[in-house]
Every structure is written in structure tokens, then in C-alpha cells.
Design a protein around this ligand. Structure first.
Ligand SMILES: C[S@@+](CC[C@H](N)C(=O)[O-])C[C@H]1O[C@@H](n2cnc3c(N)ncnc32)[C@H](O)[C@@H]1O
Length: 433
């Protein structure tokens, strides 16, 4: 590719590519999560729907393949370029080798984008030269690269928790992304899909969620198969008083309400709670809505409490590959402490014979096994209910030694995987703490 005036065909994708680069910069430079960038001031706000979807897909794929893209680019880079230039090059790799886009079009568009900003204009020539060389590389050079690794700050503690082979299996699962899973009410109109043993409906290549059959009728909602297990394990009975202590955006609230429980849904975030209300309206389900800090909430005692505690969300990297690049683990100890305090406070809201379901969408043992072992030490009258974990489709081999359920993203590899999760059922043996 020579330095040329970009033709209009290759520039058609400019808005989406520009927004993808902005998303990548916001994640890797400003350490912001993609979910925080979707608002009216975010890079996607002014785009047409198709460009918005494309920009999001490009940024997500680039983050998912970041480690491989960096390996492929390594030999072309004498020193590490400015992050903003690096992100343009990473996007080029992913467009050419993952999306199969012609390199000349990718080069023209990305050189134009590089020239637009102060941080990248000096790198435009380099982008041009490297994309040209990428275009000459055979696909086999990409295919023989190892599975993308997690950044060191997360990989190291995970290897300490699980060993290298398991972490590599998780990384393989992360690289594959995730299908769409639905939870649903009885009698709901459902799109075509595969019914999983645990009761979720799985759809591969779902496309636009709002276009799926039954969306308007509101009989189903999006929820990963493993995220649906805490309520299956809680097994709410009609009329039971259940407190959903960290409820937003409400996937589990809807499951509880659909089972006929009398649900109090609480969350500290007013904005996220508005989504719970919207979700309940769409699905025609009911719950009492409380916006409050769980730690300050007082009430009559509950039959059952679901504590889906705020966590690192490291179990959801398959669908949120931005997370390892937007975070560095610095704020994690604060979260672990909050989880500990929330368990203790939840126990004070539980009837003597009640059950507390503690769960996190995390693969870190600190937020699962270790949290529960510590809670059992703090509360001598607390016990763990292993038998409650025996629900349809749950492999008994997933139960860990303290009696909780450890779900890993590399499980169900042949069926499209599942998010990492930890679930434990606690009982207070007769009296509240
Ligand atoms: C893992 S999410 C909950 C997901 C939800 N259970 C579902 O299934 O859709 C954790 C939630 O905890 C909420 N949260 C964080 N700190 C809180 C606090 N101190 N009190 C109440 N909610 C809190 C967050 O706003 C967030 O919505």
C-alpha cells in the first residue's frame, strides 16, 4: 500500500473504526469499562445503529485478541508506540486476521484516523508501513500464535489459585466469546435455541436481542446460564419472603418473582434500579423496589436472602474482554472487605431457619471459597448446605471442598461455555447472629 488518497469505499467504515479506536483508548488509557462508555456522551452516541454495532464488535474483538495482536506486532515495533497508535495497529491486526477485511481498505481508513488526532498524527506513517506488511503476512502466521493470555496482574493470582493448565483452559474459553442465554417465565414465547440441562435457553449468533421472538411479549430476559443457577439453588417457594440484596439490573429478581416469591429488590444505585423497574414492567413481574445501601438496610427477617455481591466480575471476561485492561486489581481488596461485611449484615436479616445464598460472578477464590471459609470461622452457628447445590444439570464435581459451587468459564466447553461463578448456601442453625 502506498501513501495515497483514501478512496470513498475504504472510508465508508470510518465512523465505526474511529469510535472503536476511541473505545480502545478509553479502556486501555483511561482505564474505563466499555459499559461506562455507552451513554449519550460516549463515542458511540452519534453513530447510526449499524456503525454502533460494528464499532462495539471491533473494539470487543480487539480486546479479546489483544495479546495475540501484540505478539504479531512485536517484531515490527522497535519500541512501544504511544498507546493511541498501538490501539490503531491492534485494530488493524484484528480487522485483517479476525474479521478478514482487505488490508488496503483497513490501512487507508486507519491512516486517515491516525492523522486526525494530535496523539497519533506522528504515527500515521508507521501505521501505513505496518499495515502494508500485515497485508503480506499469511493467515498461518496469525493462526499459529498462542491463545491470548490474560494480563499478568490477573494471570499470576489465577495461576496461584488454579494452576497453569486450568488458567490456559479459561483463557481459551475467554477467546471464544459467549452465546446468548435466556431465562424465561412459564409459557413464554421463545426464540429458536437449545434448551440447557440447567433450564436456560441458549442461542448462538443471536444478533439484535430486541428482534428475537417474544421480546415484545416480555416472557424472557438475558441471563447467562451460570447466573441463573443461584436462584435455581435458592429454590424459592410461592409466597416466601425473599430479599434480593444487590439486585440490579434484576436478572435474579425476575427469576425470584417468576417463581412466585414475595421479593424485595434492593440496590444502592438509583440508575441501575431504574433498569430493574423497567425489566419488571417489560416482563410483567412484581417486586418491592428499594434504593439503599445494603449495609444500612433494616427490616423484618426474611425466609431467604440472595446476596449477589458486588465483585470483580472476572467470571464474565468471555463477554467483557475490556475488564482485564480497564482494571489492575488495585481496588479488589476493598471489594473483598465489602463482601465480608455484606455476608455478616445479610445474616442479621435472615430468619433463624432461613437460607442465605452468597454468589459472585468471579473466578477469584478470594470472592468465593475463601470468603465462605472465613464466614464459617466468624460465625460458629453457620453451616454450609451442600445438598442444596444438587440441582438439575449441576455437575457434583463442581462442588469445592468447603461445600460451595465453583463454576469456571472453561466448563461446558463443548456447549459454548458458561460464565465463571461461585455459589454457596449458608444456614444459621437455629438462631440469628
Ligand atoms: C453483581 S451486581 C448484581 C446483579 C444482579 N443480582 C442481577 O442478577 O442482575 C452487584 C450490584 O451490587 C450493587 N451494590 C454495590 N454496593 C452496594 C451496596 N452497598 N448496597 C446495595 N447494593 C450495592 C451494585 O449497584 C450492583 O448493581
Amino acid at each position: 500500500m502506498s501513501q495515497q488518497t483514501p478512496n470513498s469505499a475504504s472510508l465508508q467504515g470510518l465512523p465505526a473504526r474511529r469510535a472503536a479506536v476511541q473505545l480502545l483508548n478509553a479502556v486501555t488509557v483511561e482505564q474505563r469499562l466499555m459499559s461506562e462508555l455507552m451513554g449519550p456522551k460516549g463515542p458511540l452516541a452519534k453513530l447510526e445503529a449499524a456503525d454502533r454495532a460494528r464499532a462495539q464488535r471491533l473494539a470487543t474483538n480487539t480486546l479479546r485478541h489483544m495479546d495475540r495482536a501484540d505478539r504479531l506486532l512485536g517484531p515490527f515495533l522497535r519500541s512501544r508506540p504511544a498507546s493511541e497508535v498501538h490501539n490503531i495497529l491492534r485494530l488493524a491486526v484484528v480487522e485483517i486476521f479476525v474479521e478478514g477485511a482487505p488490508s488496503h481498505g483497513v490501512g487507508n481508513a486507519l491512516v486517515t484516523i491516525a492523522r486526525e488526532e494530535r496523539e497519533t498524527t506522528h504515527g500515521a506513517g508507521m501505521v501505513n508501513a505496518i499495515v502494508r506488511r500485515l497485508g503480506d503476512m499469511p493467515m498461518s502466521d496469525w493462526e499459529k500464535l498462542p491463545v491470548p493470555r490474560l494480563p499478568k496482574w490477573l494471570r499470576k493470582p489465577l495461576i496461584g489459585d488454579y494452576g497453569k493448565a486450568t488458567v490456559e483452559a479459561m483463557e481459551l474459553a475467554h477467546s471464544k466469546g459467549a452465546p446468548l442465554d435466556l431465562s424465561f417465565k412459564e409459557g413464554a414465547i421463545l426464540p429458536e435455541g437449545t434448551m440447557l440441562e440447567t433450564g436456560s435457553l441458549r442461542i448462538t449468533d443471536a444478533g439484535q436481542v430486541t428482534s428475537l421472538a417474544g421480546f415484545t411479549e416480555g416472557g424472557w430476559w438475558v441471563q447467562d446460564a451460570s447466573a441463573a443457577l443461584p436462584v435455581a439453588i435458592l429454590a424459592p417457594k410461592a409466597g416466601e419472603r425473599v430479599l434480593d440484596l444487590c439486585a440490579a439490573p434484576g436478572g435474579k429478581t425476575m427469576q425470584l418473582a417468576a417463581a412466585g416469591a414475595e421479593v424485595t429488590a434492593l440496590d444502592i444505585s438509583e440508575a441501575r434500579m431504574a433498569r430493574v423497574s423497567e425489566n419488571l414492567t417489560r416482563t410483567g413481574l412484581n417486586a418491592e423496589i428499594v434504593v439503599a445501601d445494603a449495609m444500612e438496610f433494616k427490616s423484618e427477617l426474611y425466609d431467604a436472602i440472595l446476596l449477589d455481591a458486588p465483585c470483580t466480575a472476572t467470571g464474565t471476561i468471555r463477554r467483557h474482554p475490556d475488564l482485564p485492561y480497564a482494571k489492575d486489581g488495585g481496588e479488589f481488596p476493598e471489594l473483598f472487605k465489602l463482601q465480608e461485611n455484606m455476608i455478616d449484615h445479610a445474616l442479621s436479616l435472615l430468619k433463624p431457619d432461613g437460607r442465605l445464598i452468597y454468589c459472585t460472578c468471579s473466578i477469584l477464590l478470594d470472592e468465593g471459597e475463601i470468603q465462605i471459609e472465613d464466614a464459617l470461622k466468624r460465625h460458629p452457628n453457620l453451616s454450609i448446605d451442600r445438598a442444596a447445590l444438587e440441582v438439575q444439570g449441576v455437575d457434583p464435581a463442581w462442588i469445592s471442598k468447603e461445600g460451595g459451587l465453583r463454576i469456571r468459564p472453561d466448563y461446558w466447553a463443548d456447549r459454548g461455555g458458561m460464565d465463571g461463578f461461585y455459589i454457596a448456601v449458608l444456614r444459621q442453625n437455629g438462631e440469628s447472629t
